[in-house]
Write a protein that binds this ligand. Structure first.
Ligand code: CTP
Length: 419
């Protein structure tokens, strides 16, 4: 449980929403200490924050009285979580660069606790390459950054950049995974490292799992797109992560339908498996398996198919054959847009560069609720471990490299919580 937060209020028009956030936190039993930047003081006063938080408000790095009562390093360490709201473009840039030129940025550099930032800025500033870079750097450093809301802005423009509603920020504070909440005291980098030692999740002892009564659809493995009766186009997916997820969901009591491309794995206990070969077969089997309460689309679906030759292609006759590729149906996007959409749609994103940025875009483009992103530039495909980033409407969580079975168990528990 997060009991104490250090709230850093940056200088933007959205600073007024920090007042509501403090009120909601207090109501939820969370103690709040505030740091107000010089910019923030143009929008709200220390007096307002002090009255709402019922605590002293800190504004100055070189305040001798404050320093005598409580050193600024201690201030950065005594909370369970540091929350930056609103996190302006300037604050994010300084955080990413490790600049410490006022009280807020010094505390952010000195803290050994997890940091959650709720950005708010003009849409162009949010979309600027410099801000994208800074956000990617900070996420890579283990900082949780919420996605800003989209809508009309105080500056008259429209787009993403509005501070998330205080209720959403409070939810993010409360839902921050325990490994991030319980700062390990070894600096922000240790936030993710502590995952390695997190206790394994075990199925409930009662036998009635937390997913009892729920039907969950999982796709896994590669697809094979025939070229002729003996050849096909495939990819390196082994199906291990999808099978582990199907097994973990079944262990929590769900009825699981696993639509699987060609793999050499055993069906996990309690899972109903439907074998398919092509992307079109997979799309048909997914439609057949509905309705479902949730869908977890782990399959590495081939993006294209070939108009397959009826007979084996022969090499005599000169030039090699040309393969004409046509696009396959996007099963995830179709499911997310369908009237029979499961309540929770989870997609995967296999990327080889700019993993989180691509995954954040993919979540919106495909209409998924969550995207589980992984970097497949190493030995992930066919390997035993996976380092993933969970992209939700509330932001991005970075999970440390874990055995695929542990990723599956943790994800299954998150799905159980969400359902
Ligand atoms: N997916 C799908 N149907 C497809 C392609 C992908 O259902 N025809 C699903 C995958 O199961 C996964 C997600 O979409 O959950 C993302 O897959 P990925 O291969 O990373 O994305 P692509 O759509 O292929 O996008 P890109 O090639 O641009 O990265």
């Amino acid at each position: 449980m997060t009991r104490k937060i250090l709230l850093i209020v940056g200088g933007g028009i959205a600073a007024y929403k920090a007042c509501e956030l403090i009120r909601l936190c207090r109501k939820a039993g969370i103690e709040v200490k505030c740091v107000l930047t010089a910019g923030g003081q143009h929008f709200v006063t220390p007096m307002t924050l002090a009255a709402l938080s019922e605590n002293q408000v800190y504004t100055n790095l070189f305040d001798l009285k404050d320093e005598a009562e409580m050193g600024h390093i201690q201030l950065s360490r005594e909370a369970d979580l540091v929350v930056v709201a609103p996190a302006t473009a300037d604050l994010l840039a300084k955080m990413a660069a490790g600049i410490a030129d006022d009280l807020a940025t010094t505390l952010l550099l000195a803290t050994d606790k997890p940091v959650l930032a709720a950005p708010a800025m003009n849409v162009r500033m949010w979309q600027h390459a410099a801000t994208r870079r800074n956000v990617a750097t900070l996420r890579g450093d283990g900082v949780t950054i919420l996605e800003p809301d989209e809508g009309p802005m105080a500056c008259g423009e429209y787009g993403p950049g509005r501070l998330p509603e205080p209720e959403a920020i409070l939810r993010a504070i409360q839902n921050l995974p325990s490994h991030l909440r319980e700062g390990s005291g070894e600096g922000p980098a240790a936030n993710t490292a502590s995952l390695l030692t997190a206790p394994p999740l075990t199925p409930p002892a009662s036998g009635r799992g937390t997913l009892a009564g729920k039907h969950i659809l999982v796709t896994a493995g590669p697809t094979h797109e025939p070229i002729d009766p003996v050849r096909y186009i495939a990819n390196r997916s082994s199906g291990k992560q999808g099978y582990a997820i199907a097994g973990a969901l079944a262990a929590l009591g769900a009825r699981v339908t696993l639509v699987s491309g060609p793999v050499t794995l055993a069906t996990p206990p309690g899972v109903t498996r439907v074998d398919v070969e092509t992307a079109q077969d997979m799309a048909n089997a997914v439609a057949q398996a509905l309705p479902a309460d949730a869908a977890v689309m782990v399959a590495a679906v081939g993006d294209w198919h070939v108009e397959a030759a009826a007979q084996k292609l022969k090499k005599e006759g000169g030039a090699p054959p040309t393969l004409h590729l046509s696009e396959n149906p996007d099963i995830l996007a179709m499911l997310a847009a369908s009237p029979r959409r499961p309540a929770l749609v989870v997609g995967f994103a296999a990327e080889t560069e700019r993993v989180v940025d691509h995954a954040v875009a993919k979540r919106t483009r495909k209409g998924a609720d969550w995207i589980v992103a992984n970097d497949v530039s190493g030995d992930v495909m066919g390997g035993e471990a996976n380092a993933i980033h969970l992209v939700t409407a509330d932001g991005v969580e970075h999970w440390e490299r874990l055995p695929k079975q542990d990723v599956a168990r943790r994800l299954a528990e998150r799905i159980a919580d969400a359902l």
